[in-house]
Design a protein around this ligand. Structure first.
Ligand code: SAM
Length: 275
């Protein structure tokens, strides 16, 4: 594959417009390693040709395949631990104390292969076990991602032992999964049925999503420019009910927007409350 400077620049512009991902100037090797096979299969020689093919054949599915290949889907169960502890021990008790009997809506805004929303669903179950009756109106978790391939994985609720080994304790595995043949596990129906998966690009309008009590937007904003990140955080704020909470990735911070969010120090971890 040729990744001349002009080719690469065209591709950078295409990718940022398509999904917000901003490639650093020295990331030619990343593009080559992720797109080589696809371009070979399609008989495409340069990135310029690739962008032209995507534009001239918008229904070919090539655009989706390219974006899928360029996204990083790295995830694990109960990633960083503290968000799920803070959810169980601080956020849920506080919300249900302030509005007893309310039905909660939670958004997992870049859910990858489903570990995040299913970890939230398991956390809700653990909360219910020690706070019987407090979540009687239930909770809905809306889990979205750009990647069709990831969403297809999520919906089956099935994982191989390699995925299971990343962050899931034996106790949770036994409680929340059923064996599904050698080396495969399926998440149990009550945990799965709380989660609704939808295809959604964070650059699109949020109007149809409705309002949320809690938003997890973790480990995705790091790939975007400062301007796109600010725009997304502003629009997430508009989806949060007043007093709702935003969870970012452990290495992510708000940097600004003091009129919209208040930082809440949780030791460990920081979360943000909508003003
Ligand atoms: C590194 S994973 C993070 C998964 C999970 N939130 C976590 O923290 O483990 C990033 C996910 O963001 C998704 N993504 C990237 N750009 C997106 C966009 N513009 N809209 C929606 N999802 C996007 C990717 O498909 C990928 O699944």
């Amino acid at each position: 594959m040729s990744t001349g400077n002009l080719d690469f620049e065209q591709f950078r512009v295409f990718l940022e417009k398509a999904c917000g991902i901003l490639l650093g100037e020295n990331k030619q090797y990343l593009v080559s390693s992720r797109l080589n096979k696809l371009m070979e299969q399609q008989g495409i020689k340069t990135l310029t040709e690739l962008v032209q093919r995507i534009q001239s054949q918008p229904r070919s599915g090539l655009r989706e395949q390219v974006v899928d290949a360029m996204t990083t889907n790295e995830t694990l169960w109960f990633r960083d631990t503290y968000p799920f502890e803070v959810l169980k021990n601080k956020v849920l008790p506080e919300m249900l104390r302030n509005s007893p009997g309310q039905r909660l809506r939670i958004w997992s805004a870049a859910c990858s292969s489903g570990q995040e929303p299913y970890s939230i669903s398991m956390t809700l179950d653990e909360f219910e076990r020690t706070n019987v009756g407090q979540l009687k109106m239930g909770a809905q978790i809306v889990a979205t991602d750009l990647s069709g391939a990831m969403l297809a994985n999520c919906k089956t609720g099935e994982y191989d032992s390699l995925a299971i080994a990343r962050g899931l304790s034996q106790e949770r595995l036994q409680r929340y999964f059923d064996p599904k043949g050698p080396g495969r596990w399926a998440i149990k129906a009550p945990i799965r049925s709380r989660v609704e998966f939808r295809s959604f690009n964070l650059l699109d309008s949020y109007a149809a999503l409705g309002k949320f009590d809690i938003v997890f937007c973790r480990n995705v904003l790091i790939y975007f420019s400062a301007q796109v990140k600010k725009d997304i955080l502003t629009r997430i704020h508009a989806t949060l009910k007043p007093g709702g909470y935003l969870f970012l990735g452990a290495s992510e911070a708000l940097n600004g927007l003091p009129d919209l969010y208040q930082m809440v120090q949780c030791s460990p971890g920081i979360i943000y409350q909508a003003k």
